[in-house]
Design a protein. Structure first.
Length: 172
């Protein structure tokens, strides 16, 4: 399974390298992040916080919507595969609960642009009978495309936040 995901990632990442543009424009991830993969891998229960990130193409300048949409599932699946321990990806939510999640699907129909080079979509995951809808945000700026945040959007169909434009607004 991991080999297949890595092959898919490699194929998906080689295509946009030729279409990369000129000047990078890094963006900050949106506020209210639950899990910040690039900042503190160890606190999320990552199996190896010192493991190198998978290689991404040398991209510069803004990434267009279609290029991001084509590459998003491969990047997310590679991230999940890299962070999977004993067939489950650990995820710590705001309540400090650590979920042991299995990937169900990347819902590319929910794919949207938050800011320049910052895109998000729902990733459906499961732990036992619990169904979680996580919003993975991927930063396509610079030469290192990466998952910049993971937020618990819905738990068993009940939303934790909604979007108002590109902002996340908590549900009371």
């Amino acid at each position: 399974m991991r080999i297949l995901l890595l092959l898919l990632l490699a194929a998906a990442l080689l295509a946009p390298a030729a279409r990369a543009q000129e000047t990078p424009s890094p963006e900050s991830p949106p506020p209210g992040q639950e899990s910040q993969p690039d900042q503190d891998q160890g606190s999320r229960g990552s199996p190896n916080p010192d493991a190198p990130a998978p290689e991404e193409p040398a991209a510069t300048g803004p990434v267009d919507f279609n290029t991001a949409k084509e590459n998003f599932p491969g990047l997310v699946e590679a991230y999940i595969s890299e962070h999977t321990v004993n067939d489950a990806m650990p995820f710590k939510d705001k309540t400090k609960r650590v979920w042991k999640l299995e990937l169900q699907s990347v819902d590319i129909k929910t794919f949207k642009k938050l800011k320049e080079n910052l895109f998000t979509a729902c990733v459906l995951m499961r732990e036992g009978a619990d169904k979680l809808d996580l919003d993975f945000t991927v930063d396509f700026s610079g030469d290192h495309w990466h998952v910049s945040s993971i937020n618990l959007h819905k738990l068993n169909g009940k939303p934790r936040f909604n979007y108002k434009g590109s902002r996340r607004v908590a549900v009371p």
